[in-house]
Design a protein around this ligand. Structure first.
Ligand code: SF4
Length: 260
């Protein structure tokens, strides 16, 4: 497996950062190649469903461009080939980010699993500590489909939101009943079309920003489906929605309370 050591593992050049900046945060995100998209075929998303892997691998927005995909794959090959060095680099980058923002007096957040679902809490990097424990003043957050992560107490500076798939609805509502926030993709074109509640839980507009650690407790994080368009996209937008069973079809659900 060939790879180059990238200059940065964490980047700020994405739409989510722009949204975060409106709330005064710089968002650093690490994008690896999802699922089994690496030369070893190792699954970096242990609980991915067919639907989410399909939507994710295909890419949406800027991520569908080959250069962007190649950058993700390169970082993934690096992670798989030399995890120790990879984690050391990550640790160093975060130290620099923390120092920079402390000097500036500005706010920031870090998302390690931009397009992966790795249990970073299990990797001890130095002094027997994981990345979250090494940087206690940094705010980390992620989405995950791995419900086992909620069975353990997570570091206090790491916010996790569970994510609905076509095969984990029961688990999603069980976690909601236990106070966890769950992200759900609704088949709507505009955020204004998101319901205000679903199955008795408040639905918030998750597209307003990606800063999940600012969300209220025990809510559904409503996301509109990022339609796949552009070169290389097969099928119409409608087909893309219909072919992904993890997307909640608002028109077929009685419990949905439409926003006024
Ligand atoms: S688990 Fe998340 S990152 Fe992995 S394939 Fe599914 S949607 Fe993509």
């Amino acid at each position: 497996m060939n790879y180059n050591i990238p200059k940065n593992l964490l980047t700020t050049n994405n739409a989510k950062t722009v949204k975060g900046e409106k709330k005064g945060y710089t968002t650093y995100i690490m994008y690896l190649a999802p699922y089994t998209q690496n030369s070893k075929g190792i699954n970096l998303c242990s609980h991915a469903s067919k639907g989410c892997a399909k939507a994710c691998l295909f890419g949406s927005g800027a991520a569908r461009f080959p250069k962007v995909q190649q950058g993700k794959i390169n970082k993934t090959e690096y992670f798989l080939a030399n995890r120790e060095l990879f984690l050391k680099q990550l640790d160093f980058e975060i130290s620099m980010i923390v120092a920079k923002h402390e000097n500036q007096g500005t706010k920031f957040a870090i998302r390690l699993n931009g397009t992966s679902d790795i249990t970073f809490e299990k990797f001890k990097i130095r002094d027997g500590k994981n990345i979250f424990e090494l940087h206690p003043t940094a705010q980390f957050y992620d989405y995950t489909k791995n419900h086992f992560r909620f069975k353990k107490v997570q570091p206090s500076n790491y916010h996790l939101t569970f994510s609905l798939s076509e095969d984990n609805k029961e688990i999603s509502f069980d976690l909601l009943s236990k106070g966890v926030n769950v992200a759900m993709v609704f088949g709507v074109k505009k955020v204004e079309e998101l319901p205000t509640s679903y199955n008795g839980y408040e639905v918030i507009n998750g597209d307003e920003s990606d800063l999940r650690f600012l969300d209220g407790k025990n809510v559904i994080v409503g996301l509109k489906y990022k339609l796949m368009t552009g070169k290389g996209t097969k099928g119409s937008n409608k087909d893309n929605v219909d072919n992904n069973d993890f997307i909640i079809n608002v028109s077929e659900i009685d419990e949905v309370v439409k926003a006024a």
